[in-house]
Structures are given as structure tokens and as C-alpha cells.
Design a protein around this ligand. Structure first.
Ligand SMILES: Nc1nc2c(c(=O)[nH]1)N[C@H]1C(S)=C(S)[C@@H](COP(=O)(O)O)O[C@H]1N2
Ligand SMILES: [Mo]
Length: 248
């Protein structure tokens, strides 16, 4: 599929922030349920900060070593087959509340405008690292799929699981259309290695490490997340009461 076919004649903006949609989201009952009142305050104050962009660093500030953390190699037969064939037949599914569900190859994702950013990753376990990430802006992919006005959350379904529970994460539309929210294909100018989430991983800057879903296989647009798995919006949110809005 070339880019023109993919976008179906849509005009893509610059991936601008959905500032006007934000108030609407914050006041909807489903949205409030998922946040504690402290998280809601944190979300509001962080988003009022000018521009709302995460700090970007210079190439000479990149960490010489970037740890791998959490799951570093999904064990499913399906994923292992993709890894063996270097992800040639891998497809990203984009579905749920969209007008045009998509099946995107790595080549298709590479045909979207690419954004590169050097940012700091902060893990709750107490380590940070600065790395360079490049990939398609999630907002552009969602526009290509014709995101429904009913969608409130974007869910990332991953290839790995822990203790039989699939890894997943979710974000709201503000973060989904944030210009620094990308589906990273490259890390430090190379194809993502398996340990860091090959073939693609989410970068949702200004959030803690666990929100940056690795091994993303499917992106689903939903109007609710409290009816998914254990209802907290992510693997760690369900497992350990980690905050859903993990802003930093
Ligand atoms: N699919 C998946 N994504 C994941 C994890 C995981 O175990 N599985 N771990 C998270 C955590 S806690 C962190 S800190 C980062 C680690 O990313 P890295 O391995 O590239 O350092 O990935 C996050 N995304
Ligand atoms: Mo982490």
C-alpha cells in the first residue's frame, strides 16, 4: 500500500494537539472514573504548561547504554515466527472505533511522515536513559484509519505476557495526538532490536517507562477501558496499582 492509498485522500495536519477536545474529555463520566482526583489535578496542571512538549536533548547527551527492562523477548509462537523472518510478514492492526481498520506493514509505517526525538526515559524502578527514537506519529495513523468521534482511548495490545496476563497500555486522545507520541521503528538510528520492543514500540514522552508499550501488535480505539482486562487501563495499572496517568 502506498501512502496515497493509505491516507485515502485525507489531508493530514501537523499532528496538532487536540486542545479543544480536552475539556470535553475531562468532563465525560467514563474518563473521570479511571483517574484518581490527584491524577486529575496532575493531568490538568501538566497540560497547562506551555507547549506541553517533553524536553528534547542533543545527540552528545545520549546515554552510552540504554537498559532493557521488563519483558525483553515475547515467547509466543506467533511472535517468534515474525522475529525469525525479521518481521517481513508482520502487520500492525489498527481497529476498534475507526471507519477504516488498517493492516500496516513496517514499510507502510515508514511511509508516514517520520518524527525523530532524543528524550529521557524514566523507569519507576529508578533508572533513566536518554535515547533517540524515530517513527510515525500516532495521530497521523489514527487519522488514516478514520478515528471515530466516539473514541476516547487508544489501547496498545502487545505480543508479550507476564504470569499469563497480556501486556497492554492505553492513553487518551490528547496524548494520542501529541506530536511527540510516535510508533518508533528506529532507536538510536537503527531498527529497533527485540529487547527494546521490535518491530515497533510506543513512545509517549512525559510519561513513565511502563506506558511506552513494546512489541505493539494491535492498536484499538475504544470509548471505555474500565471494561478491559482488570479495568485500570494497563498491565501495571492492573497488577500493581501504578497510576494510569503516569505524567512526569
Ligand atoms: N510490551 C511491553 N512493554 C513494556 C514493558 C514490558 O514488559 N512489555 N516494560 C515497560 C517498562 S516498565 C519499561 S521501563 C520500558 C523499558 O523499555 P526498554 O526495555 O526499551 O528499556 O518498557 C515498558 N514497556
Ligand atoms: Mo519501567
Amino acid at each position: 500500500m502506498n501512502r496515497r492509498e493509505l491516507l485515502g485522500g485525507l489531508s493530514l495536519g501537523a499532528g496538532g494537539l487536540l486542545l479543544s477536545g480536552c475539556d470535553k474529555l475531562n468532563s465525560s463520566p467514563g474518563f473521570r472514573n479511571i483517574l484518581t482526583s490527584a491524577e486529575q489535578l496532575h493531568l490538568n496542571s501538566q497540560r497547562m504548561v506551555a507547549g506541553g512538549l517533553a524536553r528534547e536533548f542533543r545527540p552528545d547527551q545520549m546515554s552510552p547504554i540504554f537498559r532493557m527492562n521488563g519483558n525483553t523477548r515475547p515467547g509466543s509462537v506467533d511472535y517468534m515466527a515474525h522475529a525469525t523472518s525479521n518481521f517481513a510478514n508482520w502487520r500492525l492492526v489498527v481497529d476498534g472505533l475507526v471507519a477504516r481498520p488498517l493492516n500496516l506493514s513496517l514499510h507502510d509505517l515508514g511511509a508516514f511522515p517520520q518524527r525523530a526525538q532524543i528524550t529521557r526515559h524514566d523507569c519507576v524502578e529508578g533508572w533513566s536513559a536518554i535515547g533517540k527514537w524515530q517513527g510515525a506519529m500516532l495521530g497521523d495513523v489514527l487519522k488514516a484509519a478514520g478515528l471515530s468521534t466516539r473514541a476516547k482511548y487508544i489501547v496498545f495490545h502487545c505480543a508479550d505476557d507476564s504470569n499469563g496476563k497480556p501486556y497492554y497500555e492505553s492513553i487518551d486522545l490528547y496524548d494520542a495526538f501529541h506530536p511527540q507520541t510516535i510508533l518508533a521503528l528506529l532507536m538510536n538510528d537503527r531498527r529497533l532490536v527485540i529487547g527494546h520492543g521490535a518491530p515497533i514500540r510506543l513512545r509517549v514522552e512525559r510519561h513513565l517507562g511502563y506506558k511506552h508499550a513494546k512489541f505493539v501488535m494491535r492498536i484499538e480505539a475504544r470509548d471505555q477501558i474500565d471494561n478491559l482486562y482488570e479495568g485500570k487501563g494497563g498491565y501495571w495499572e492492573d497488577a500493581s496499582d501504578y497510576a494510569w496517568y503516569a505524567g512526569i
